[in-house]
Write a protein that binds this ligand. Structure first.
Ligand code: UN1
Length: 512
């Protein structure tokens, strides 16, 4: 146990067999079979987690309904105080949780720590927000009348999260939902369930310490079928789902058919435009981390580089030389830059994408391939690859969750922006330039159509203070900072008549 994994698991309260389904710190035995969580880092079994069935789900939902009845009555700043303590508990457990995330998901330990930091940051944000759930007041057209709006909690929030950010995405939703007065039912990815259980224990203990109802914070385990229980459940007014566009369409349609709300955070196909006026050191650094960080498994990963023809060859050769220096290996070993993909299915999708881009006419710049031998026994380690491709290629139009970067050439900024926008997804985008006209054109009404548009920063690594999400097939949802909290509340407009007559609005006369 070179990296102290077993001690971390113990400190986080994880066992080799875990019940999974829980309300607060109370486990529900569903009697179902278990799923096994294997580490893509070394292929070892980390632990087993029991699946949630319909009956266990019903138990969770009943507790959640009861929990909401009292949680909504707790003043928002007091709810914030509890979220503050959850943030502090995460500070204490940062190293252990970061290590588990790295080991279970395969991202580097540094990125595992970064993910826990995002959780701490959103807790801090939510604490402040708990005193700022502002509504507007407006002037009534009638004398002796006052109008204002207030924000009330929605109820039970269903959270479906993906393997690539197995814990942070939950926290962006849960921390906001809790200060808003909602309760949460979370289905973490079935590919990283132990990280979910660790978080459930951390938050559950804080609610328990404050004698709060267990149903404020619940966990269910399973695949899309268990997620489907939530999508179809009209007791859940909002389902927040992060994952593939395919999954998002299923969730969005199911929730929409009952006229519920969904907050969708789906695939990206993010590009960096590198102009002839770019600071080239920054452009290479930004593209490199964007494309190979998290082994290309962020929804914000850089998938396309749109490069001005005058600097195309320079970018291509500098990137190829940077790629040759990448060290691939165990994500817990801090000398390595790139860890494994999540599982063998992901490896097969990576290989299929490489085959496809070659078939469509892509030209290899840096060869990919699956690594074998010492240290790569899990079969999940792949080499980050670069191809010259065209934007209209079917594979380029598609999000492949792997480190494959496509290079393309442009000559005018308008053309570059059209290429950047010319994909079905609309999450993140960036331009590398020191030229003010280019930067402003990219940010203008005729510029990037994405939810995130950066200048001289790569496509990944959004801070929690901004609203996070994207357009088109990315699903349109916004979570995390800015006023994303409004999605977790219902707005009520109140008109109060303090006069002694009852005039009708719009000047309507109605006398008898
Ligand atoms: C995701 O990949 O689902 O902007 C989220 C980033 C991170 C979040 C990514 N803050 O790269």
């Amino acid at each position: 146990d070179q990296f102290g994994i077993q001690e971390s698991l113990k400190r986080l309260g994880l066992k080799s067999e875990n019940l999974g389904t829980s309300t607060g710190i109370n486990w529900i035995d569903s009697g179902e079979s278990s799923i096994s969580s294997f580490s893509p880092a070394d292929g070892a079994l980390i632990g087993k987690v029991q699946l949630t069935n319909q009956q266990a789900y019903e138990e969770v939902m009943t507790k959640a309904q009861v929990g909401f009845e009292s949680w909504r009555q707790v003043p928002a700043p007091q709810r914030g105080e509890i979220v503050r303590e959850i943030g502090n508990a995460l500070r204490e457990k940062k190293a252990d949780l970061g290590k588990l995330v790295s080991y279970e998901m395969g991202k580097s330990y540094q990125e595992g720590l970064g993910e826990v930091q995002e959780m701490i940051d959103i807790c801090d944000f939510a604490v402040g927000l708990s005193r700022q759930l502002y509504g507007l007041t407006m002037h009534s057209e009638r004398p002796g009348h006052r109008m204002y709006e207030q924000w009330h909690p929605l109820g039970i929030i269903g959270i479906i999260s993906a393997f690539n950010f197995p814990v942070a995405v939950w926290s962006w939703n849960a921390a906001l939902a809790w200060v808003c007065g909602d309760v949460c039912v979370w289905k973490p990815s079935e590919k990283a369930p132990l990280s979910g259980i660790a978080c459930q224990l951390i938050a559950g203990e804080i609610f328990e310490k404050h004698s709060m109802p267990e149903g404020i914070c619940s966990l269910i385990i399973g695949d899309y079928k268990v997620g489907g229980l939530m999508s179809h459940d009209s007791r859940i007014p909002l389902v927040s789902a992060t994952g593939s566009t395919r999954m998002g369409k299923l969730v969005g349609q199911a929730v929409g058919s009952r006229l519920g709300r969904s907050l969708l955070e789906l695939g990206g196909n993010n590009a960096i435009i590198i102009t002839a006026n770019a600071d080239m050191d920054m452009a290479i650094r930004g593209a490199l981390f964007g494309a190979v960080g998290t082994a290309g498994q962020r929804c914000t990963s850089t998938r396309r580089l749109i490069i001005h023809e005058n600097v195309y060859e320079e970018v291509k050769s500098r990137l190829a030389s940077a790629y040759s220096k990448l060290v691939i290996g165990n994500p817990l070993d801090e000398k390595n830059h790139v860890g494994p993909l999540i599982d063998k299915d992901a490896v097969n999708m990576y290989l299929a994408a490489i085959e496809k881009v070659e078939k469509e006419g892509g030209k290899v710049v840096v060869n990919g391939g699956v690594l074998t031998g010492d240290g790569f026994e899990s079969g999940c380690y792949v080499k980050p690859a670069i191809y010259e491709a065209e934007n209209h290629f079917e594979i380029v139009q598609h999000e492949t969750f792997a480190p494959i970067l496509y290079l393309m050439k442009y000559s005018s900024i308008e053309e570059a922006i059209a290429m950047q926008n010319g994909v079905p997804q609309g999450l993140s985008s960036a331009i590398m330039t020191t030229n003010m006209r280019e930067a402003e054109a990219f940010l203008s009404v005729a510029g990037s159509d994405c939810g995130i548009a950066n200048v001289n920063i790569g496509t990944s690594g959004a801070e929690i203070g901004g609203a996070f999400g994207g357009e088109k097939e990315t699903g349109g949802g916004r979570e995390s900072g800015s006023d994303a909290w409004k999605a977790y509340m219902r707005r009520q407009t109140n008109t109060i008549n303090y006069s002694s007559t009852l005039p009708l609005a719009q000047g309507i006369k109605f006398d008898i």
